[in-house]
Design a binder for this molecule. Structure first.
Ligand code: NAG
Ligand code: NAG
Length: 283
């Protein structure tokens, strides 16, 4: 998330090269106002739910609204929007709100729940959000010691706890993660053989390394980085021998491609994104 924001900033700095300073300042404050409107409304109407339903101004909790199918696998009753917003608050310089949000996460978010979540979404939004929040908290505190002086790595502890809960998904012969896992009970073996659970997308199996390598390097537990690395290397070995292209959906157990078409759209895009960003982050 942090990297994505930096890239957007870089891109916009190219696009706005011909703008007057006051035009830039006006756009800048417009962006901050839009974020404040979205985040403030979530906190006012929806927190501690995962999402804000913008028409009814109510919170969306997992299982309490009619199902939207796979989209709902991102919801784990763990205040998703709040966690996902932490690093944005820090990057936008909203330090009071950031400190308050970190406190809310520490007080309200926990993961011992009987809920099946998407490994991919939980990684990029929750583990990514917690790690981005942790790194931002340390950085802000090092620059302004009065801010977050109470902080004792709680977000990192939460990220570690959540990642441990995702680990059972990696118990496959290929090392590719199953698409979904129960946060309390892990993997149900009969379910893991079903068609819905056997197949996963390239992005789902290959969009882990940034968070998992960061987590390993912050905690000293190298298991996470190894699992993500193994899944990525396995995927790369499945590329087409002549074209080097990857398909879009594959069988987690055999590694066989189910959808052989390649592309840069949904289901594969973030795999490429993470390859490049892992090169930047890890050298
Ligand atoms: C999520 O929380 C809501 C509200 O507390 C509750 O109704 C729902 O059953 C919970 N869902 C799960 C899967 O725990
Ligand atoms: C891994 O899966 C095997 C069966 O495929 C099962 O017997 C074993 O308990 C699982 N291990 C973990 C840590 O989930």
């Amino acid at each position: 998330m942090l990297l994505k924001i930096l890239q957007i900033l870089l891109l916009t700095s190219v696009m706005t090269a011909g703008m007057l300073p006051e035009e830039k300042a006006q756009l800048r404050s417009q962006v901050i106002d839009m974020f404040k409107h979205g985040f403030g409304s979530y906190m006012k109407y929806a927190f501690p739910a995962d999402e804000l339903m913008p028409l009814s101004c109510k919170g969306r909790y997992r299982g309490s609204e009619p199902s939207r199918g796979d989209i709902d696998d991102a919801l784990g009753n763990f205040s998703l929007t709040l966690v996902d917003s932490l690093d944005t608050l820090a990057v936008l310089g909203m330090f009071d709100e950031f400190e308050c949000a970190v406190r809310q996460v520490v007080q309200h978010v926990s993961f011992d729940r009987d809920v099946i979540v998407s490994v991919f979404e939980t990684n990029i939004r929750m583990i990514g959000g917690l790690l981005g929040g942790h790194i931002s908290a340390k950085y802000i505190n090092s620059r302004h010691p009065v801010r977050l002086s109470w902080y004792r790595d709680e977000l990192l502890v939460l990220a570690h706890d959540l990642a441990i809960r995702l680990l059972p998904a990696f118990n496959t012969s290929s090392g590719l993660p199953l698409p979904r896992v129960n946060l309390r009970h892990g993997i149900d073996l009969t379910l893991s053989k079903s068609e819905r659970e056997r197949f996963t997308c390239t992005a789902c199996a290959g969009t882990l390394i940034l968070e998992w390598a960061t987590l390993s390097r912050l905690t000293g537990n190298y298991l996470f980085e190894q699992y993500a690395d193994r899944a990525m290397s396995y995927l790369w070995d499945r590329r087409h021998r002549q074209s080097n292209l990857m398909g879009t959906i594959l069988n987690v157990h055999s590694g066989d491609w189910i959808v052989r078409e390649s592309g840069i759209g949904a289901g594969i895009d973030s795999y490429y994104e993470y390859l490049f960003k892992a090169y930047v982050l890890l050298g």
